[in-house]
Design a protein around this ligand. Structure first.
Ligand SMILES: *[C@@H]1O[C@H](CO)[C@@H](O)[C@H](O)[C@H]1NC(C)=O
Length: 379
């Protein structure tokens, strides 16, 4: 009798254990869902597989790639007092940081040669306003925010937009043409990498020698394909030709670009007198999640060179934010990530401290000569 009851309880324990294993232990859990061994899920940008990691232990084993949006980093930004706020962008969620650097930026670090462009220093020392906005000064002449999509082509977007802005301003609004970034991406191929990045000085060389057609003539397609595509504009300076879009158009050449002296005042005078400028700067991880305020890179940001890239934008104005008796100076910049990012596609960044090198590589074009003096360096 005793033996029987002992055997019975042992059996009961075994059955219970087995049932437990079947119904409970051999699953991985995520939220309210259960997964069996071998099933995969995605956690942000990493793929995780349900595995048996120890006897009776089942859990997800994940890749460990840095993600473009990191909720923890966003929390740090939004709880801290950094002067700007972070957002979880759905178009960046689930992507790796490497993807962001490769396909959302796309300007090569300016070489020494770029630094040898004609440098212009302003001799104009008239007082400047506390704030300035090109959009108000030159209404309907400043290019709107666009989206480069999944193509590292900021080099083409910033250059074509700047050439368009300057053209409109210099002609007092008579020549308002949106020049085609696709033309640059597909046809300016010498030493350039299309959707994998480009050099600013080579883009300007092309704008000067070949010129760009309009966006209507050669619409942007690389944002979806991620490839530069074949050049569909005849080489040489043909007067008028048939466009990829079917209309007739020509190519509009630009005058030489020049480098604006790397000082806050010089940059302000340049924008004030001649219009927006092109700036190339260092992008760290935290910049991708910027949603509003005055950006400055976080002290906690990983500054490892593999975790950053170079990007180019237009600076269109400046201003001062006054809060709590303190003044914070900023630049207003136009990005090329669509209007769903930042402050309707724009961002403000710390001014006067060369934040992320944004004041180092400034390019202008189509100058009015009277306020400017040329230095002897040749382009
Ligand atoms: C961020 O956004 C994505 C997509 O919109 C969403 O699936 C995810 O849960 C969000 N993450 C956080 C931490 O809010």
């Amino acid at each position: 009798m005793f033996l029987f009851s002992t055997l019975f309880s042992i059996l009961l324990i075994l059955v219970k254990k087995l049932a437990h294993r079947i119904t409970y232990k051999s699953y991985c859990y995520e939220g309210s869902e259960s997964y069996t061994v071998g099933q995969k899920i995605k956690k942000n940008c990493n793929t995780c597989e349900c595995r048996k990691t120890a006897p009776k232990k089942f859990e997800f084993v994940c890749e460990n790639k840095p993600c473009l949006i990191q909720p923890k980093l966003n929390d740090v930004i939004n709880r801290g007092n950094y002067g700007w706020r972070a957002a979880n962008y759905s178009f960046f969620w689930g992507r790796t940081l490497e993807y962001g650097i490769r396909y959302r930026l796309g300007t090569f670090k300016p070489y020494r040669e770029t630094m040898h462009m004609n440098e212009i220093r302003t001799v104009d020392r008239r007082p400047l306003p506390e704030s300035f906005d090109s959009r108000r000064r030159w209404p309907r002449m400043i290019q709107e925010i666009r989206d480069q999509g999944e193509c590292g082509s900021s080099w083409a977007f910033s250059s074509s937009a700047l050439a368009s802005d300057r053209r409109a301003i210099q002609s007092r609004g008579r020549e308002r043409i949106t020049l085609s970034p696709q033309h640059l991406i597909s046809c300016n191929t010498r030493g350039q990498q299309g959707c994998e990045g480009g050099h600013i000085d080579r883009a300007w060389w092309f704008l000067r020698n070949q010129g760009l057609t309009s966006d209507q003539c050669y619409p942007y397609t690389s944002g979806h394909s991620g490839h530069k595509g074949h050049c569909r504009i005849p080489r040489g300076r043909h007067k008028r030709f048939r466009c990829p879009s079917g209309i007739q158009d020509e190519q509009y050449r630009s005058t030489p670009p020049y480098r604006v002296g790397p000082s806050e005042e010089d940059i302000m005078h340049e924008i004030y007198n001649n219009g927006p400028v092109q700036a190339t700067f260092r992008v760290m991880q935290d910049f991708f999640s910027y949603s509003s305020g005055i950006y400055r890179k976080l002290p906690v940001t990983n500054t490892n060179p593999t975790n950053q890239g170079w990007h180019s934008v237009r600076i269109i104005g400046w201003g001062v934010e006054k809060s709590g008796g303190r003044q914070k100076k900023y630049w207003v910049c136009a990005n090329s990530w669509g209007t769903g990012w930042g402050e309707d596609g724009y961002f403000r960044i710390n001014r006067g401290q060369n934040e992320c090198d944004i004041e180092t590589f400034i390019v202008g074009v189509w100058a009015k000569r009277n306020h400017l003096r040329r230095t002897r360096r040749r382009f």
